[in-house]
Design a protein. Structure first.
Length: 245
């Protein structure tokens, strides 16, 4: 059977978003999953979803959450913010890579797909638009920031083996954006081969795709630890949500 023809991609094709929030949040050492902790008066995940929904960039947004949390997220995360009208919920998989694939299956074919961490609420609309535009033109891109610290490689007992050059080394962030057919092909190849990656850019690289880095921001933090949450709340107090680079 021949594949169903896809409509041509154009700058006016609406982008889609996969917001990954299916993790357990163990590094936060909290009795609640990190994506549900409060940032201001709302859950971190709700703040992230509102940022994407209000950006005007997306025709479809899918939030991937733990399967046992679907009702909770519908009633407590989407409902109070009115996000039920523009965000669909999908049950995640065992690993992040599986969860992204679950989200991908729930999206329409074609266009550009943006993958974003549910606990990265300080992304800006300008960053989202830049990623979408670059993925449309070049196939794939991510946000990243240059590594500033000196990098050490150690052996099993903690002894330093070498100091690594940090020139040209970036810390990867999300959003990561790709043409839909490129991202889907990379995920399907990885599933066939049992290849596991730490982000979607690595999957596309493994499939031979080209991914470029755009300037990220040190404000675009991923809230993973208790210290990150303190910093995020300081950002909120400083009025940095939704603004700045």
């Amino acid at each position: 059977m021949s594949p169903t023809p896809q409509p041509p991609l154009s700058p006016r094709t609406p982008a889609s978003a996969i917001v990954v929030a299916a993790g357990q949040g163990l590094r936060m050492q909290s009795d609640r999953r990190k994506q549900y902790l409060e940032l201001g008066a709302k859950a971190i995940l709700a703040v992230t979803l509102e940022t994407l929904a209000h950006s005007g960039c997306f025709g479809s947004i899918v939030a991937v959450v733990p399967g046992e949390d679907l009702v909770f997220c519908r009633e407590r995360i989407l409902g109070p913010s009115g996000l039920n009208r523009c965000v669909d919920l999908v049950a995640g998989g065992a690993e992040r890579q599986d969860s992204v694939y679950c989200g991908l299956l729930a999206l329409p074919r074609g266009g550009v797909v943006v993958v974003h961490d549910g606990v990265r609420p300080f992304v800006t609309a300008a960053q989202l638009r830049s990623c979408i535009d670059t993925a449309f033109r070049q196939g794939g891109c991510i946000l990243g920031v240059p590594v500033l610290e000196t990098l050490k490689q150690t052996d099993g007992d903690g002894t330093i083996r070498q100091t690594l050059p940090r020139g040209g080394i970036f810390a990867a962030q999300t959003p990561q954006a790709f043409r839909e057919e490129i991202l889907r092909a990379a995920h399907e190849r990885a599933r066939r081969e049992g290849f596991v990656a730490t982000d979607d850019a690595m999957l596309v690289e493994h499939d031979g795709g080209r991914v470029v880095i755009l300037p990220g921001s040190r404000r675009n933090i991923k809230i993973t630890t208790a210290e990150d949450l303190v910093l995020a709340r300081a950002f909120i107090a400083a009025g940095w949500l939704g603004g700045g680079g």
